[in-house]
Design a binder for this molecule. Structure first.
Ligand code: FAD
Ligand code: NAD
Length: 475
């Protein structure tokens, strides 16, 4: 294998591997270096997303939701289930099987596209040079015309509650529990806290979520966040806001967390703790001295809108750089950079990146919240429609939640869309396409939505924006 390439990608997650594939599709000679190592010592491409993030979490969310429904909700449909039992080992095996299939698929895609997949560590030396260290410690220096940095992110550790890999774990550890914790403490009511808290609650844990901020889900539209908080409370998720964790004492029988809130200091005894207070970029050790690539005070590699680092032919994408830490954002950046390297026109529309929280109900949004529209001084109108009168949602016995659309009054354009309810993560795609095509509320009103579908709630919300909803009270 020659050690000279058109493109070397450091990182084989959802930012790096699609960048490598697209660059190879352009006829470039590409290597993708990745150092992911699993708990059992095996190595696989796919980064956090496929190995320890999006995919395994969604597998467990699906299984745990089915378990919960079989237990609590099938009776309403007239289905008698008798004794529903949990086989956690089988559930975890199914999850692991999905992960292995998908990560294995990347190897096949690399082969089909003639990408050299190299498992080991990469370090950017500057001037197109990359130091590669294989798992045995053998080093070589590779040369490339372009280098794409795609090293991703890792969990933030709290000094006051350090990970021990057994009782105090990060999100990856929380995906691997082999027994259901009796009482589970979750630090951080962000996306991971809510998704993984939901998984273990559905499987039988008593879950307490401690959140430092006073506001619940501040990144979501406030009306949707209020609805979500109400529904999670109803499910029995104990979410304590304004709770500042000060320390943890671990012992044989569990962990005692101490935290402070407006009422004073408290102790909380739990069996296990998940710390999910955000993630930080993996830039430490990635860059040799003097490469010229700059990082900000939090370690994010500085880039412009096109993911150029400021050092010629050196790019950075995904969780390693500014913007939401989302797999689809990472992929779009990787693909954009590969296209730009090949001299094609490419861009990422940062205004239209959907977010989805895969709880039940799901929460999904794109574009501006109502508060952001107000802050931007936009003269806006709002159309909301609940799932309660929606025939499909009723048939599914999942009629909680709503659709909320925000449009600019001046030109009727859709500027924000928010869904809380069944399949919100799927429903949001229509609204992402609408925003990408700069659709107006009238466009949505005139678009025929099949009956009976959940998407009819989108249609009705668009009608409601102009006081024309057919199946609800317009306000
Ligand atoms: P990563 O996926 O972190 O990949 C980076 C890769 O680079 C890793 O394999 C790493 O080992 C490797 N690497 C790092 N340094 C080096 C080096 N020096 N040399 C070689 N290799 C290196 N996002 C969503 O959009 N939807 C979801 O549902 C979702 N669920 C999530 C659930 C959990 C529990 C977590 C933790 C995250 C989730 N995310 C989700 C976020 C998503 O996983 C990340 O946004 C995404 O993985 C970022 O992709 P990336 O390629 O930038 O980084
Ligand atoms: P997050 O930023 O979503 O939430 C972290 C939460 O922890 C925040 O609410 C924060 O206020 C709180 N917090 C911070 N310090 C705290 C402290 N000391 N005590 C108590 N609370 C504290 O981060 P996350 O949940 O760790 O997720 C990391 C990233 O992974 C996110 O950026 C997210 O986009 C991504 N992710 C996405 C999905 C998805 O798309 N469905 C799923 C999981 C993770």
């Amino acid at each position: 294998m020659s050690d000279s390439y058109d493109v070397i990608v450091i990182g084989g997650g959802p930012a790096g591997y699609p960048a490598a594939i697209r660059a190879a599709q352009h006829g470039l000679k590409v290597a993708c270096i990745d150092d992911w190592q699993n708990y059992d010592g095996s190595r696989s491409f796919g980064g956090t997303c496929l190995n320890a993030g999006c995919i395994p979490s969604k597998a467990l969310l699906e299984s745990s939701e089915l378990f919960h429904r079989a237990h609590e909700e099938f009776g309403v449909h007239g289905i008698k289930t008798g004794g529903v039992e949990l086989d956690l080992a089988a559930m975890q095996k199914r999850k692991a099987g999905i992960v292995t299939q998908l990560t294995g698929g990347i190897g096949q895609l690399f082969k089909a596209n003639k990408v050299s997949g190299m498992q080991g560590r990469g370090r950017f030396l500057g001037d197109g040079k990359v130091e590669f260290t294989d798992p045995d410690g053998k080093q070589q220096t590779l040369q490339a015309k372009h280098v794409i940095l795609a090293a991703g992110s890792q969990p933030i550790e709290l000094k006051s509650v350090p990970f021990d890999g057994k009782q105090v774990v990060d999100s990856w550890g929380a995906l691997e529990f082999d027994t259901v914790p009796g009482k589970l403490g979750v630090i951080g009511a962000g996306v991971i806290g809510l998704e993984l808290g939901s998984v273990w609650k559905r499987l039988g844990s008593e879950v307490v979520i401690l959140e430092a901020m006073d506001t619940f889900l501040p990144m979501a539209d406030a009306q949707i966040a209020r609805d979500a908080q109400r529904q999670f409370k109803k499910q029995g998720l104990d979410i304590r806001l304004g709770a500042k964790v000060q320390g943890a004492k671990t012992g044989k029988s569990g962990v005692t967390l101490s935290y402070e809130d407006k009422d004073g200091t408290h102790d909380l005894k739990v069996d296990k703790v998940i710390v999910c207070v955000g993630r930080k970029p993996c830039s430490a050790g990635l860059l040799a001295e003097g490469t010229g690539v700059e990082t900000d005070e939090r370690g994010f590699v500085k880039v412009d809108e096109e993911c150029r680092t400021g050092v010629q032919n050196t790019w950075a994408v995904g969780d390693l750089v500014r913007g939401p830490m989302l797999a689809h954002k990472a992929t779009e950046e990787g693909v954009m950079v590969a296209d730009l390297i090949a001299g094609k026109i490419a861009e990422v529309n940062y205004e239209v990146i959907p977010s989805v929280i895969y709880t039940a109900p799901e929460i999904a949004w794109v574009g501006k919240t109502e508060a952001q529209a107000k802050e931007a001084g936009i003269d806006y109108k709002v159309g909301t429609f609940p799932f309660a009168p929606n025939g499909r949602a009723k048939a599914m016995e999942q009629a909680a939640g709503m659709v909320k659309l925000i449009a600019n009054k001046r030109d009727d354009s859709l500027i924000g869309a928010h869904v809380i309810g069944p399949m919100a993560g799927e429903l949001i795609s229509e609204l992402v396409v609408a925003m990408e095509f700069q659709a107006s509320i009238e466009d949505l009103q005139r678009t025929i939505h099949a009956h009976p579908t959940l998407a009819e709630a989108i249609h009705e919300a668009a009608l409601a924006a102009d006081g024309k909803a057919l199946h609800g009270i317009n306000k």
